[in-house]
Design a protein around this ligand. Structure first.
Ligand code: SF4
Length: 167
């Protein structure tokens, strides 16, 4: 989805967005119920999940000697074993959906080292182009909308349609 600003090669070399510490475990992707079944059927039969309201999260094991969790679907050589079928949150990262003062916004994670090197105008243009699809996903998956965090530049503000209970 983000091929205009991130190439497969760049992502394959980095994999930062598939690696978490205890602070950013909230960034692990939302797994809708249907996708959880598909993961077990087509990708990783032994995958374990954590149930959260109307969705799941992937259960990841902490590395023994560090505050570090590799996504259980990450192949260190090849990248995500789900390829183009990866969860929506992963397909749009480093964009995030957040709620600020009751309005949904698309923000840019400050963590992605590759996208930081791209012109801001190009990043904003891609965010704007994807906004209808991203907000439609947020309609179906309200848990994907996180409270706004300082330091996340806002790329798109949703107009009128939606008022979130998150602030
Ligand atoms: S599901 Fe795939 S893309 Fe998403 S965090 Fe895990 S390995 Fe990375």
């Amino acid at each position: 989805m983000l091929s205009k600003i991130l190439s497969r090669d760049e992502c394959a070399k980095c994999k930062l967005c598939c690696t978490f510490d205890s602070y950013d475990l909230w960034e692990t992707p939302i797994i809708p119920v249907k996708l959880a079944s598909r993961i077990m059927q087509d990708f990783e039969p032994d995958q374990k999940f954590i149930r959260k309201d109307d969705h799941f999260l992937l259960k990841m094991d902490k590395e023994p000697d560090a505050d570090l969790y590799y996504c259980s679907l990450l192949d260190q050589e090849k990248g995500c074993i789900m390829g183009d079928d990866k969860p929506f949150d992963c397909r749009i990262w480093p964009f995030r959906i957040m709620a600020l003062n009751g309005v949904r916004v698309i923000t840019l994670s400050p963590v992605c080292p590759v996208v930081q090197t791209k012109p801001l105008a190009d990043i904003q243009a891609v965010a704007k182009e994807l906004a209808p699809e991203i907000f439609a996903y947020a309609d179906e998956t309200p848990s994907a909308v996180k409270p706004y965090l300082d330091g996340y530049p806002i790329m798109v503000v949703e107009e009128n349609k939606y008022k979130s209970s998150l602030v």
